[in-house]
Design a protein. Structure first.
Length: 520
């Protein structure tokens, strides 16, 4: 068995320090339950002395959550530690997490204390915490900017006083992976009693290096990682739990360690935290972003459909997604298009129809960012129920407004020729219909016109269905486009083509369209 890395989640403490985030006790309990299901080893439930609300939340979590260690933060003061213990004492496995800053800049400008005073305070308060709680963690705040020799002395003193875990925070997210790895190694080599404590790391993401720094620490002997779901935390946040866990899992051969996180619960946990904190997850966020398992380019889609591993290093199922997402858009190829057709039930279309539908899909993808299953169905319906396109809309242009008469110009292709016509009308659709009638040389009776949106969003497709009548026969057809006038024109021409086709078949006359009685 490989070495276990303990996952210490601080979503409810450092994560709640995310600007603009405030969770109530019910929300905190909800998240804590989910963290326990996720298999988090240590849940930092809050900072009990910070507020009454935090105190109550830590107490409620301590009382209700079993399995994980429950910890609460406390400064190295008796009042803080007493309050933390008051909230934590109900836990099955409580831990007090106490901290004091050890960098020169913090000691001088924030604490106004001499290094020797800080050293003494750290040791004595760990001892005090230990007198209540069997499990104590100590953090030298701003650890990475602390003079190493002083840090070694502080760590030796707190371990001597009973600290079970020493956590080395990169409070301001300043370090880099190589430097931090060497820093942890230095601690292992220079703190004489370090073998009596677990080394933990806590990295902030100011330079976007929190996860990389944490992983470098693992390579140098750290055994506990402090992190937060979705990378929440002060300023740029903490190391993202899901990224740490999936890095360790995906590259277990490299890191030679494991965690006990049930990774299949990562997506659900991330969504819950995002929902309750109101902090949206960016689409391209690693592991839990909506694009993390989505493929758009044709080359990638083809690869993934043939062999998933070509472009996926983790399975979507391993993080709790049902499957990856083949996003149909303008970069998608025929392979992905056909695959989607099969998935939505069109698996026996002839290749000509698939080809035509694919060309229309490409046209649509130029206008619309991503193509939904409903869009594809609408395109296919048009192909399957399409009669020969004798008349084809090549181009149209409308001008309309609230203080002007709508006019429309159309170019229709028929029998190798283009016919241009223009007309005014009662609105852009009416003007376009009249221009089409002129171009085709018919007047038809419009019996019905129906417009509906397919899908949602402002770039949703509009589907227009029209019914025209001739000789007591009704011809109905539809057209789709992101532009409703274009959808209307397409529907109208499709209906005329249908009329042409059926009358031609019935009367066996190629010119029947010219004989259609004007019924407007
Ligand atoms: O970033 C930090 O230094 C902390 C400590 C209190 C652990 O959050
Ligand atoms: Zn922090």
């Amino acid at each position: 068995m490989t070495k276990k890395i303990y996952i210490f989640d601080t979503t409810l403490r450092d994560g709640e320090q995310t600007p603009g985030v405030s969770l109530n006790i019910h929300e905190k309990l909800e998240i804590a339950k989910q963290l326990q299901i996720l298999g988090v080893d240590i849940i930092e439930a809050g900072f009990p002395f910070a507020s009454k609300g935090d105190f109550e939340a830590v107490k409620a979590i301590a009382k209700n959550i079993k399995g994980s260690i429950i910890t609460g933060l406390a400064r190295t003061s008796k009042q803080d530690i007493d309050t933390a213990w008051e909230a934590l004492k109900y836990a099955e496995n409580p831990r007090i997490h106490t901290f004091i800053a050890t960098s020169d800049i913090h000691m001088q400008h924030k604490l106004n204390m001499k290094p020797e005073e800080v050293l003494e305070r750290a040791g004595s308060m760990v001892k005090y915490a230990k007198s209540f709680c069997p499990n104590v963690e100590f953090s030298p705040e701003d650890g990475t900017r602390t003079r190493p020799e002083f840090l070694y002395r502080v760590l030796e003193a707190v371990i001597e006083a009973g600290a079970d875990v020493v956590n080395i925070p990169d409070t301001v997210g300043y370090t880099t992976p190589g430097e931090y790895g060497a820093f942890i190694k230095g601690i292992r080599e220079n703190v004489p009693n370090i073998h009596k404590a677990v080394i933990s790391v806590h990295c902030h993401n100011d330079l976007g290096l929190a996860v990389a720094n944490s992983l470098a620490a693992i390579e140098n002997g750290a055994q506990q990682i402090e992190c937060a779901v979705n990378g929440l935390g002060e300023r740029a946040g903490n190391a993202a739990l899901e990224e740490i866990v999936m890095s360790i899992k995906t590259r277990s051969n490299y890191f030679k360690c494991h965690t006990d996180i049930v990774t299949e619960h990562l997506t659900k946990t991330s969504n819950l935290v995002s929902h309750l904190t109101g902090v949206q997850i960016q689409n391209n966020k690693a592991i839990v972003g909506s694009n993390a398992f989505a493929h758009e380019s044709g080359i990638h889609q083809h690869g993934v459909l043939n062999c998933r591993e070509t472009y996926e290093i983790m399975t979507p199922e391993s993080v709790g997604l049902k499957k990856n997402l083949i996003v149909l858009g303008k970069h998608s190829g025929r392979h992905a298009f056909e695959q989607r057709l099969k998935e939505i039930g069109y698996d026996n279309l002839d290749s000509v129809k698939v080809n035509d539908a694919f060309l229309k899909f490409k046209d649509l993808a130029d206008k619309k960012k991503s193509i939904s299953d409903e869009d594809i169905e609408a395109l296919i319906k048009q192909e399957v129920f399409q009669v020969p396109e004798n008349y084809k809309l090549e181009h149209f242009q409308v001008s309309s407004g609230n203080n002007m008469v709508a006019t429309s110009t159309v170019k229709i292709r028929y029998d190798g020729n283009s016919i241009d016509e223009a007309s005014c009308g009662d609105g852009p659709v009416d003007a376009t219909f009249k221009a089409i009638e002129k171009a085709v040389g018919v007047n038809v009776k419009l019996k019905d016109y129906f417009l509906k949106a397919i899908g949602s969003g402002k770039d949703a497709l509009g589907e227009v269905t029209v019914k025209i009548e001739k000789d007591n026969k009704i011809f109905s057809a539809s057209g789709v486009s992101t532009d409703v006038v274009e959808a209307s024109a397409k529907a109208f021409i499709n209906a005329i083509n249908k009329m042409h086709y059926y009358l031609f078949q019935e009367e066996n006359s190629a010119s029947c369209i010219d004989k259609v009685i004007v019924e407007v």
